[in-house]
Design a binder for this molecule. Structure first.
Ligand code: HEC
Ligand code: HEC
Length: 372
């Protein structure tokens, strides 16, 4: 009895498979023909410095050489992603600016500023706490769905992007090579954002002067940089009770950002209910999270001005002055926002240290550049 039931089960399963509908994704008139060419993705071996934590696993999106390469093409493709053909991911995430855009608040396809500042895209594979300033996107691949919608005119959408990809002379073969699909109709939004995420996970920045001095012993700090590191940025060797920048409380090595959600005291509001951008609070619905944002990396910080989620500070000097003033006493400000006094020499030293976090090789690394 049990045996015949299981045979029946198998038959049902086979029937179900046979009847499965073609995933058309709303393409309608598209050519749903077979794609030819290689279809066995080569696993991608992410090279991680030995002093980094292990990358966050993404079992739903295993990386392949072909997936990364497809993602790189997509990342730089303005024709596919914007109706005007003038905007790609790289418009707001420029390699020469450590994948930021130089604007306080990102400028959208209509030429108007959005609410927030573009974020650097380095070392994303090591962030376990969700993406965007508020951590509202749990998965890197899901994060890419919204910027694509933002890049399109209102009467346009993902279906249009997928249609263009399926009709393209080159992309179908790339999708097949990356994901082993057989038919153009299988090119989907999910595979598109997964390829983008695979590419972005390869953007690792670990070749700053700080890395060379601290982890590889192949370089030396100047006296000024050393002062900035030892007694200003990091928190070791500081007598308890001393008011001190202590940036490393939250911007800790090796990522220089703990990815935790904090109110770092930059906004002067009457109460936690008054933040214009509630940040984390909009995600959790807990008013105590209002005005909290994810502590971002300070790697390449000298290149990524203006600063903070809304680009309110133009320079690192302004940032330091604001931290030195010690917040505004809003009840959910982090206890490590204490205020401090720096001599001119100390301020120069802290700035010099921040400049040691710049990774020049990142800016020209061809693996991350626009494809030929
Ligand atoms: C109009 C400018 C703009 C475009 C185009 C754009 N981004 Fe962004 N990007 C931003 C802004 C602004 C944020 C911060 C969003 C927020 O916090 O709400 C961001 C955040 C991100 C993050 C989060 C990083 C982190 O550390 O959490 C990723 C990843 C990202 N973008 C990838 C992409 C990809 C992939 C594309 C192309 C599909 C893209 N972006 C297109 C402006 C842009
Ligand atoms: C209590 C934790 C904490 C401490 C201490 C701290 N920061 Fe931050 N930092 C944050 C958070 C959270 C943000 C994001 C805030 C926002 O955008 O609203 C941030 C943002 C920044 C940014 C902007 C980054 C960007 O991509 O725009 C800079 C620069 C910065 N901090 C430098 C410093 C320096 C220098 C110190 C020491 C004087 C310091 N931070 C101390 C938590 C901290």
């Amino acid at each position: 009895m049990i045996r015949s039931l299981s045979i029946l089960g198998t038959l049902l399963l086979l029937t179900a498979l046979g009847c499965q509908e073609e995933p058309t994704g709303g393409g309608g008139t598209i050519d749903e023909g077979a794609i030819t060419g290689p279809a066995s993705p080569t696993p991608y071996a992410l090279e991680v410095p030995d002093y980094f934590p292990a990358p966050v696993d993404d079992p739903e999106n295993p990386m392949s050489e072909e997936g990364v390469e497809l993602g790189r093409h997509l990342f730089y493709d303005a024709i596919i992603f914007s109706t005007e053909g003038n905007m790609s991911c790289a418009s707001c995430h420029k390699q020469e600016l450590a994948f930021t855009d130089g604007f306080g608040r990102a400028i959208g396809v209509r030429g108007e500023p959005g609410l927030r500042s573009s974020m650097s895209l380095v070392n994303l594979a090591f962030n376990p706490n969700g993406f965007n300033w508020d951590g509202g996107e749990q998965k890197l691949w899901e994060q890419a769905i919204h910027p694509v919608e933002d890049m399109l005119e209102l009467d346009n959408d993902w279906e249009e992007v997928i249609r263009k990809l399926r009709e393209h002379e080159d992309y179908p073969a790339r999708f097949r090579a990356a994901f082993g699909i057989d038919r153009k109709a299988e090119i989907s939004r999910e595979l598109t954002v997964k390829a983008l995420a695979q590419f972005q996970r390869t953007i690792i920045s670990a070749d700053s002067k700080f890395d060379r001095v601290f982890y590889r012993n192949t370089d030396f700090f100047t006296e000024e940089e050393q002062l900035g590191a030892d007694s200003l940025f990091f928190v070791e060797n500081v007598p308890p009770g001393t008011l001190h920048p202590g940036c490393g409380h939250c911007h800790n090595a090796p990522q220089f950002g703990d990815n935790q959600f904090k109110n770092n005291g930059i906004t002067d509001v009457g109460s936690i209910y008054d933040f214009v951008d509630k940040g984390r609070g909009d995600i959790t619905g807990n008013p105590f999270d209002n005005g909290k944002f994810r502590t971002p990396t300070l790697r390449n910080i000298a290149l990524t001005a203006p600063y903070m989620h809304d680009g309110r500070f133009a320079t690192l000097e302004e940032v330091i002055d604001d931290y030195a003033a010690g917040g505004h006493g809003v009840e959910n400000e982090d206890p490590n926002i204490t205020g401090f006094t720096l001599t001119d020499r100390e301020k120069r030293a802290l700035l010099a240290f921040l400049h040691t976090l710049t990774d020049e090789s990142l800016l020209t690394d061809e693996r991350f550049s626009a494809p030929e």
